[in-house]
Write a protein that binds this ligand. Structure first.
Ligand code: ADE
Length: 233
């Protein structure tokens, strides 16, 4: 069997803490101001890193994982804003399709989100990693798990109109600020990718307060799922 090395990308310190506590034989390497933690997680070799918030940080980090650390697949975990009344804090959204919602070439006749002269509208998660994430989501019993589109942009969404637009325009279940750019870089490098997010807020008026309150449970849920899927990766 081909050996795998999994890159695990999170955006914030809070999202990495649980993983670092469980990382065996840890070694840290610094590149571009980011700390890449190499070790064994759930018995498998991984490189775990905080990329920072936003699409540029996430894209730079992804390319470093691929070019410098030679990871063979990438999993992005963390928190997200839920879109629509049915998706509640703590719920899991596994992204099967990722789109950059702030990519706007509509002036040239392209649909919102479509990247100029790229032969795909969305970036798809790897079917194998997606299946493993869905199977592992059975371990989250107190919250619901969904699979669907996640949209990313360099904006913290905290307004009902924008949240409704993201639902209507992209049929998205969740929004955050990194995964579509990670998926884009993986697409360019033909590397398997999946995104697993847990909901911290509903991207509406109270999002900034919900975010603080529900972040711990959301972080815990996405890392539980990761721990259960990594042994099969
Ligand atoms: N990450 C968590 N909640 C978010 C929101 N409302 N908008 C963008 N990114 C998020």
């Amino acid at each position: 069997m081909k050996s795998t090395l999994t890159g695990i990308i999170v955006a914030m310190q809070e999202e990495l803490e649980i993983i670092l506590q469980q990382l065996e034989q840890p070694q840290t390497v610094e590149r571009a101001g980011m700390h890449f933690h190499v070790g064994l997680f759930a018995g498998k070799p991984v490189v775990a890193v905080i990329c920072g918030v936003g699409k540029v940080n996430a894209a730079a980090c992804t390319q470093l994982l691929i070019s410098d650390f030679r990871v063979t697949q990438i999993i992005n975990i963390g928190i997200a804003g839920g879109l629509g009344p049915g998706i509640l804090p703590g719920d899991i959204v596994i992204g099967d399709s990722l789109v950059q919602h702030d990519m706007d070439v509509t002036a040239l006749g392209l649909a919102p989100g479509q990247i100029f002269r790229l032969n795909t509208f969305d970036f798809k998660s790897d079917p194998l990693l997606l299946g493993l994430a869905q199977a592992a989501s059975a371990h989250i019993t107190a919250h619901n798990s969904y699979t669907g589109r996640i949209v990313s942009g360099d904006q913290f969404i905290a307004c009902p109109e924008k949240s409704q637009w993201l639902q209507k325009e992209f049929s998205a279940l969740a929004c955050e600020m990194e995964s579509a750019s990670i998926a884009h870089v993986c697409y360019l490098n033909q590397l398997p990718f999946v995104c697993i997010r847990s909901i911290s807020d509903n991207a509406n008026n109270g999002a900034h307060m919900d975010f603080e309150q529900f972040m711990p449970i959301a972080v815990e849920n996405s890392s539980i799922l990761l721990r259960h899927m990594i042994p099969s990766c």
